[in-house]
Design a protein. Sequence first.
Length: 218
Amino acid sequence: MSISIAILVSGRGSNMEAILEAIAEGKLNATVPVVLSNNPDAVALETARKHGVNAVAVPNRGLTREQHEDAVIAELRKYDIDYVVLAGYMRVLTPKFLTEFRDKAAGYFRVINIHPSLLPAFPGADAYGEAFAHGVLVSGITIHLVDEQVDHGPILAQESFQRFDGDTLESFKKRGLEVEHRLYPAVLQKIATHGIKLVPRQEAQAVAAPAHGRSTGA
Ligand code: GRF
């Protein structure tokens, strides 16, 4: 099956480009009716247009979060979209936005994000920098469904990469980005073929502290 995806970007757009290239090469069975950016100067918009894709800026400057999201929702409603794909979109989405893309049968939101760490480690805007500064020997990339908390939703795929002796933050990031550019199109193709498959998540159980000085008789 072919899936219709809206790609949301804020900057460089290298993941967006990897997705568009995978489509052009016949490796990803998807259409992209719109690439949308909150940043009118995003290089990603130019790159999308070079690929012949409809690219739209919905600037957030001067708007409240609600006003901006309403404008984004109004733009996205013009298209028939199966999934919203975040690729370096630097805005936190509110429950109102997510509800717009709620899969009623499954209960999750059809909004997908890529994050450059092995979540739940290093959530937030500088995952590469924080993982590198922490001295991790293995890091990785996570692709997940978006939920109401930042970098938290159900995990769709993860792939690790190593930190090598002599790595700089730049070489560490470069290795991670190569994984990102391969993994994102591959996961989207898996979704196009099989739909979303989730590993059930179990909430951590509170462990009762052992009672001291009392025999349980056991
Ligand atoms: C990527 O590292 C992605 O994992 C993170 O933001 C960065 C976006 O890069 N969410 P690009 O705009 O796709 O080049």
